[in-house]
Unconditional design. Sequence first.
Length: 373
Amino acid sequence: MHILVLGAGYTGVSTAQQLARRTGATVTVVNNRDRFVERMRNHQLASGRRPRHLPLRDLFRRTGVRLVVDEVTGLDLAARQVELARGAEPIHYDLLVYALGSHADLSGVPGAAAHAHAVATAEQAERLRERMRTAGTVAVVGAGPTGLETATELAETHPDRTVRLLTGGALGDWLSERGRDHVRRALDRLGIQVWEHATVTAVDAGGVRLDGGDHVAADAVAWTAGFAVPDLARRAGLAVDRRGRMLVDGTLRSRSHPEVYGIGDAAAGHTQDGQVLRMGCGPGGLAAACAVHAITARRAGRTPVPLRVKGDALCVSLGRSDGVLQFTDLDGRPRERLLTGRPVAMIKKGVLRATGWHNLRHPTLALAAARQG
């Protein structure tokens, strides 16, 4: 049996390692680069910190996983094969794991693709880092977790620069009242200027324009205002939702093609109660663990256990010594339970160390932590 995994992000790497170890199948990973990118550290990369060098071949050494570095251009579901940009021949599979993740959406606002810098990939974060060498003012568009982390990291690293944070709604409207108050104090401490209820309608070389006609000047624009998924699943004929995320059942198996599983941001995983998981590393890790258990259970003739998740949490750094850990319901509603300050910064540091180093080398522990099956 040949299992093909598309994508080598957090979920793709751990899933491939575990399937090779637990199924005895031949496992191949296709990824568009030969190194692992710690996406959760890209805001640090944009501020000037150097990333760890994590070659994928080192992560897959002695696991039996085969790595193909290439770009996926198409899926032939009927023939069960994947077409590659540089590959001479398509790769055939018996079972496919679709883990292509998400990317920054710069398509919806005129000028964003030409003038804004996203932080979704290492290359984008590096371009923002280079721009910050000469930029006196930077506007960060979007005040979700990525926006807050980017704005605070840049402000702390470059205290002599002006950082402006723009959000289409109220600042921290996804946090509890205590969480919002803490974020506002952190931004004030770092001197970050905040524009609330500011919808960006255009980006140009000198900043951003708002829906009311005002222009916010900036030498650089960091874009964190939305993410999209590849259209590969839709083009191939897999069942997808309106955002293009693959529709899967409670065991992460495609609703339209049972030989395909979808994990991470590119799939609309859901719990036994029907609540769709948000995009993010935490939910993606749980979904990946559930998919591994489901695949191994079915191969052994057992009935797999659907994904079980009761709550969620957002751990957001606010510079290197501050943060907010907001516990939420699965629908995103904030709970009163909240942690703030230096302890959260230490927790976030531990999370980054675990997901970007320890769990990649010891995925069995992450699998056990998911408590699936």
